[in-house]
Ligand binder design. Structure first.
Ligand SMILES: *[C@@H]1O[C@H](CO)[C@@H](O)[C@H](O)[C@H]1NC(C)=O
Ligand SMILES: *[C@@H]1O[C@H](CO)[C@@H](O)[C@H](O)[C@H]1NC(C)=O
Ligand SMILES: *[C@@H]1O[C@H](CO)[C@@H](O)[C@H](O)[C@H]1NC(C)=O
Ligand SMILES: *[C@@H]1O[C@H](CO)[C@@H](O)[C@H](O)[C@H]1NC(C)=O
Ligand SMILES: *[C@@H]1O[C@H](CO)[C@@H](O)[C@H](O)[C@H]1NC(C)=O
Ligand SMILES: *[C@@H]1O[C@H](CO)[C@@H](O)[C@H](O)[C@H]1NC(C)=O
Length: 502
């Protein structure tokens, strides 16, 4: 079963602790096709982008692939993860750069990966973490790339395209909206643009995705497993059985409410992941409907162990808090801690469960408070619901949520992506700013490597993105076929000529 976890290394939870807020890892890099080795660069950006008198700076990391570099710029925006060079070697951002004869850049978000304004993640350091600061970093970055200081001014009069998926997709949309004078075109994949405190729709979409792509049987196995788990939680004998099946580190006679909640949080985490990666659903359902495994609850355990490299399941709250309170960048939980800070202060997006009677994701008492407690225990002693509401309100006030859509932006969403509810849908799109909704597509699927079994709608959306980029950069419709990955040298030559005339 380990194979499943290794193969899905992207989702592998390194920590056998309940995940406070689901953070995206870097999407698995696409198949490398570039023959160029991208170069790692650093740019010193302002620590406080909004205070001129504060002159402190920190180094922001980025990768640069110059394979196609003419004068245009394609920036693949890094989200809440450490960037690797792989995303400048293939995939849709690479295809866009190829088509536009552009330099391809991949930037790292402040406080993630190696882009560290401070050598710790203490609250006093994290005060400089916000999406507004990160967007301003990108503005400074674009300004630099277009200056004489970079490649002797090669990109001075080029067009700027930004691309991103997930939170980085939200950032791509917000870049075009906030800095229209710096960003000419944006492509946002699976980017939620509405901040919201509790997010129960998240699990609703996952259940629908499992029903439609995995089948009724898979779903009923989950319900059976969860029912069994609830029954076992009722008494000592049951808890002993659960401890054995799930390999819980310490032996418990009873669980406190918190231990029950943490246990269920860990147990449902593989189900949440089902909504995030298309290829995973079939495999997960194969494990869940396995005819050879004796009990439904055992299948839930099988699924969990397939995705986790955990020696044993630690429900000790002191230990759990210790992970997330650790302010060292050497701690495995450091990026989770940083992302939790952003959810507490800016976005919410707490994946609460819909109803007490919902059979797939067992209800958890005072679920929102469970999340708020983390904001309190990790960052602010006096944190409460009002604080997170104010943060969310401010984010929506600054960006407009779903009420305002900038032009020259193309968005893509999948109906099986749990984040799609907070992202634009077909009714938000307009001619200068289209939205593609792909049936049954999951999170970031358009941006990821194409596969032989990709649906026609998914292929069409990828082509639409390339065509949109071409039209918005060159001011004309591409010749049919000119935008494919396998564009012939003749057509690329034409693109170069068009650019020369531009
Ligand atoms: C962290 O940074 C502070 C000041 O910025 C410095 O004094 C300290 O030595 C650094 N610690 C480590 C472990 O690098
Ligand atoms: C524990 O709960 C199970 C299922 O509800 C029940 O069958 C069993 O008799 C209970 N055992 C004890 C010791 O109460
Ligand atoms: C099915 O369950 C059996 C027994 O637990 C196990 O050996 C086998 O690997 C499982 N197969 C899958 C696909 O999970
Ligand atoms: C939790 O672990 C700590 C050590 O990390 C230990 O001192 C404490 O007793 C444990 N708590 C429980 C309830 O087991
Ligand atoms: C934080 O994590 C680092 C790296 O794992 C570890 O060396 C350090 O002891 C931890 N600090 C605390 C206070 O637990
Ligand atoms: C799009 O989202 C809005 C909520 O923002 C919703 O009211 C509307 O029904 C959705 N339209 C479609 C076509 O899904």
């Amino acid at each position: 079963m380990r194979y499943l976890g290794l193969w899905l290394g992207w989702l592998l939870l390194l920590l056998a602790v309940p995940c406070r807020a689901r953070r995206m890892r870097e999407p698995p890099p696409p198949t490398a096709v570039s023959r160029v080795t991208p170069v790692e660069h650093w740019l010193r950006v302002k620590l406080n982008q909004f205070m001129a008198s504060d002159t402190r700076t920190f180094p922001m990391r980025f990768y640069y692939n110059d394979e196609f570099a003419g004068e245009n710029i394609v920036i693949d925006i890094g989200g809440e993860w450490e960037i690797t060079s792989g995303w400048t070697l293939g995939g849709l951002p690479y295809d866009i750069a190829k088509q536009l004869r552009a330099g391809l850049f991949y930037t790292e978000h402040r406080f993630y990966g190696k882009t560290r304004p401070f050598n710790n993640t203490e609250v006093s350091s994290l005060q400089y973490l916000s999406v507004h600061q990160a967007l301003a970093d990108l503005a400074q970055f674009i300004h630099y790339i277009k200056s004489d200081a970079f490649e002797r001014g090669q990109f001075k009069s080029g067009k700027v395209v930004v691309v991103g998926c997930s939170y980085a997709g939200s950032m791509a949309a917000w870049m075009r909206q906030t800095y229209p004078h710096l960003v000419d075109v944006a492509y946002a994949d699976s980017g939620p643009v509405l901040a919201q405190v509790a997010y129960p729709e998240f699990t609703t979409v996952i259940i629908r995705a499992i029903r439609e792509s995995g089948g009724e049987e898979c779903l009923s196995r989950i319900a059976m497993g969860m029912k069994q788990v609830k029954d076992l939680l009722a008494n000592k004998t049951g808890i002993a059985q659960l401890s054995q099946i799930f390999n819980i580190c310490t032996s418990y006679e009873t669980f406190t409410d918190r231990e029950v909640t943490d246990f269920l949080m860990i147990l449902t985490s593989p189900l949440i992941d089902i909504g995030l990666v298309s290829t995973y659903l079939k495999l997960a359902c194969a494990v869940l409907t396995n005819g050879t495994a004796p009990h439904p609850v055992q299948r839930l355990a099988d699924l969990l162990f397939a995705l986790n490299e955990m020696p044993c399941m630690d429900l000790n709250y002191t230990n759990i808090l210790g992970w997330f309170r650790n302010t060292s960048y050497d701690s495995d939980a450091s990026e989770d801690r940083v992302w939790i800070y952003q959810t507490c202060t800016e976005f919410g997006w707490y994946q609460t469960y819909t109803s007490e009677h919902e059979p797939y994701f067992p209800s958890i008492p005072q679920h929102l408070d469970y999340y708020l407690q983390h904001c309190r225990e990790l960052f602010f002693k006096d944190f409460n619901e009002e604080r997170v509401r104010q943060g969310v309100k401010r984010t929506n006030m600054m960006f407009g949520g779903l009420t305002h859509r900038p032009d020259h932006l193309i968005s893509v969403a999948g109906t099986h992506d749990p984040w799609s509810v907070l992202a634009p849908n077909a009714s938000h799109g307009h001619t200068k700013s289209p939205v593609y909704v792909i049936p049954r597509a999951t999170h970031c699927q358009a941006l990821r490597d194409s596969r032989r079994d990709d649906s026609q709608e998914l292929r069409n959306a990828r082509k639409a993105v390339l065509d949109f980029m071409y039209e918005n950069v060159y001011g004309m419709t591409p010749l049919s076929g000119a935008t494919h990955t396998e564009a012939t040298p003749v057509l690329l030559g034409l693109a170069a000529a068009v650019q020369f005339l531009h």
